[in-house]
Design a protein around this ligand. Structure first.
Ligand SMILES: C[S@@+](CC[C@H](N)C(=O)[O-])C[C@H]1O[C@@H](n2cnc3c(N)ncnc32)[C@H](O)[C@@H]1O
Length: 311
């Protein structure tokens, strides 16, 4: 299957990075390498790119796609949260900019076998970005307790009928394990009253929730953003694209923390916490996709772009 992914807000991300032709850039979410390709193109002849992705298909595809820039890029099949060890292995202590385009790629969604899509039917529940390790969606759906399922659907999926869906999953799996995406979709469908099924596919929120749980997408995200800022040179930018409100809230709050000086109680005569602001906010409000892009790519509808600069 071809590796197709439409890079969201490509121009805005690249402008946001303020690229320089001898800079070193980190793309934590390589995906279809659309952003990475442009970084390398626009930083010729000396710019360097270090990129990570959990998905080995993304790494293999990018080796081909970026081959014209051979010698200027290094790819790691790992979590971007390992940025410190990646940079250490690469042999640098500082970078000029970093990009995170969070979530899954269109390739992952469209590749039936990966089990990310509620549109596919007889596909084993998987949803792992890294198919070589960790729990799969099958384990979440078949082994988690009802209360934990309900929590995940409600918090990660913002699903109103979380409790009912969790209850029905637990009843069905007493009869037989829920093995496929299609079986799960049917259970979700019967758990949501008809009049609430008008806004998009009924399984969308639960699938998002399970995907977030399987890939631990929100765990350690805030700490990772802070680690990246530590690695930025003065004037270096961190550009982050999010696709749902939970992720965006974490990014927004972390950027705010990083932009805040002293957090002592206002009644203290002098600062005892010693906290100093580390960044300036480049985007006071997140940038959203243009009308044109929204028409061309539905995935851009929920995208929010936030940028900070190390001071
Ligand atoms: C939205 S796509 C990136 C698309 C890319 N910017 C492009 O232009 O083609 C997100 C990619 O990030 C990867 N990914 C998500 N979370 C990750 C993590 N914590 N560490 C490494 N890769 C991750 C996914 O496997 C996926 O390939």
């Amino acid at each position: 299957m071809d590796f197709v992914h439409y890079s969201v807000m490509k121009e805005e991300c690249l402008q946001g990075l303020k690229l320089s032709s001898d800079g070193i850039y980190f793309d934590g979410t390589l995906g279809g390498a659309g952003h990475s390709y442009e970084i390398l193109k626009r930083t010729a002849p000396n710019g360097r790119l270090i990129a990570t992705d959990l998905d080995k298909d993304a790494i293999e595809n990018a080796k081909q796609k970026l081959s014209e820039f051979d010698g200027r890029f290094t790819l790691y099949n790992t979590n971007f949260k390992n940025i410190s060890s990646v940079l250490k292995e690469y042999g640098v202590t500082e970078i000029d900019g970093a990009l995170l385009d969070l979530g899954v790629s269109s390739y992952q969604l469209d590749n039936r076998e990966r089990g990310f899509s509620y549109m596919s039917e007889n596909v084993r529940l998987d949803m792992r970005m890294d198919q070589t390790s960790g729990k799969s969606a099958w384990e979440v759906v078949n082994l988690y307790e009802k209360s934990k399922l309900s929590y995940i659907f409600s918090v990660y999926g913002e699903e109103k009928f979380a409790e009912n869906i969790a209850k029905n999953i637990c009843e069905e799996r007493k009869i037989k394990p829920i093995d496929t995406t299609g079986e799960l979709v049917k259970i979700i469908d019967k758990s949501i009253p008809y009049k609430f099924k008008q806004n998009g596919h009924p399984a969308k929120k639960v699938f998002q929730a399970i995907r977030i749980e399987v890939n631990e997408e929100l765990d350690g995200l805030s700490e990772c953003l802070k680690d990246i800022v530590k690695k930025l040179k003065k004037g270096g930018r961190l550009v982050v694209l999010t696709f749902h409100s939970l992720e965006d809230r974490i990014v927004k709050q972390t950027f705010k923390d990083l932009e805040t000086d002293c957090i002592c109680d206002k009644r203290f005569p002098i600062c005892v916490c010693g906290k100093k602001k580390e960044v300036k906010l480049i985007t006071k409000k997140p940038i959203e996709a243009s009308e044109q892009e929204r028409k061309e790519n539905s995935r851009s509808h929920s995208a929010k772009l936030r940028i900070i600069e190390k001071i």
